[in-house]
Ligand binder design. Structure first.
Ligand SMILES: Nc1ncnc2c1ncn2[C@@H]1O[C@H](COP(=O)(O)OP(=O)(O)OP(=O)(O)O)[C@@H](O)[C@H]1O
Ligand SMILES: [Mg+2]
Length: 327
């Protein structure tokens, strides 16, 4: 059953356009000019209960704006959103109890206080009885591997510890729909892995639905079978992550380790070279020419090692965005 349903969702921002300098300020005072930014453009998608969906796209694609509309923080310009039977913009109590928004670049915990103090406040706000809140804190803290950190002032915690405490605070009311905006931003690889494992476990244990944005493809690969890819506010792809690379590129990535270095020119005819250091070459070869080109390569050069894989998805997305070849 779908828990999130979005139809023709759009958001325009009107930004004042002011020329620099005093003259610009005076002109702006008398005749205001505004520029229209179409941040989100006619999005349609739905998400089933318990799904984890990756929301990906380049900077400025419209991800955060969409998440804010899904939480009811900003009003859509047009279109409709239905989450578990609620319209987010109404911010009904029972709606707010079911959702949470975690933003990697914003914190809700109070800087000078230990997370435990903020957790007590959160528990009171949501009307969670004391015994129950202690039980939940213990349960989540053990899943997140948090211990004495909860009683140290937030400012003394590492970024990873702080993020885990943020997650704990955002989940204390046991929401069933999680909106996560870059929850692993700036974390080292170990902390990223811990946060991913935790989200996986939370999803399994509580059947929560998760919509997650991240610029780290590792997060997306680990957590999301399905992705929504947006570009300039428009939905470009909605489907399995595994099929996205097929859709983005009909190529395979061939990694060749040569016995001795060869000039880059020797490989240009085979496809797009994505990496070259003389002896190690990575080239994207079209699927239709794969067999032919591989045998040619093996005939021409003494090869130490060869590997054929799907091209790295982040490179494909980056390349497409650079070329502006989105539909
Ligand atoms: N409050 C606002 N006022 C005016 N324009 C805005 C506002 N918020 C976002 N925008 C614009 O809307 C577009 C989408 O921004 P958004 O923050 O949703 O992108 P994003 O996909 O989250 O990017 P990133 O990956 O960098 O976080 C951008 O062009 C941005 O400048
Ligand atoms: Mg964003």
């Amino acid at each position: 059953m779908d828990i999130i349903s979005v139809k023709s969702l759009s958001k325009n921002f009107q930004i004042p356009e002011k020329q620099p300098g005093i003259k610009g300020t005076i002109q702006h005072f008398f005749s205001r000019k505004v520029k229209n930014v179409q941040a989100v453009d006619q999005l349609d998608f739905s998400i089933g209960e318990g799904e984890i969906v990756g929301f990906i796209g380049s900077n400025g694609a419209g991800k955060t704006t969409t998440l804010k509309m899904l939480c009811g923080l900003i009003k859509p310009t047009s279109g409709s959103i239905n989450i578990a039977g609620y319209q987010p913009i109404r911010r009904k109590k029972n709606f707010l109890r079911q959702i949470t928004l975690v933003m990697g670049q914003k914190q809700q915990l109070i800087w000078d206080l230990p997370p435990m103090d903020s957790l007590k406040v959160n528990a009171a706000v949501y009307g969670i009885p004391e015994q129950e809140s202690i039980r939940r804190i213990k349960e989540l803290a053990s899943m997140l591997e948090l211990g004495p950190e909860l009683t140290r002032p937030v400012r003394k915690l590492s970024l990873g510890q702080r993020m885990k405490a943020e997650l704990l605070a955002s989940l204390l009311h046991r929401p069933s729909v999680l909106f996560l905006d870059e929850p692993t931003l700036g974390l080292d690889i170990n902390a990223q892995i811990r946060v991913r494992d935790f989200l996986m476990e939370y999803n399994k244990q509580f059947g929560a639905t998760i919509l997650l944005t991240s610029h780290y493809m590792g997060d997306i690969k680990k957590l999301c079978k399905r992705v929504l890819l947006i570009h300039q506010g428009k939905l470009f792809y909605d489907g399995l992550l595994a099929k996205l690379s097929d859709q983005l590129s009909p190529c395979r990535c061939v990694k060749i380790e040569l016995v001795e270095p060869r000039p880059i020119e020797s490989f240009l005819e085979f496809g797009d070279i994505i990496n070259y250091d003389g002896q190690l070459i990575k080239v994207l070869i079209h699927k239709s020419k794969l067999a032919e080109n591989l045998s040619k390569l093996l005939n021409l050069f003494p090869v130490k090692d060869l590997e054929v894989t799907d091209p790295p998805i982040e490179e494909l997305i980056g390349k497409l965005l650079q070329e502006g070849s989105f539909k």
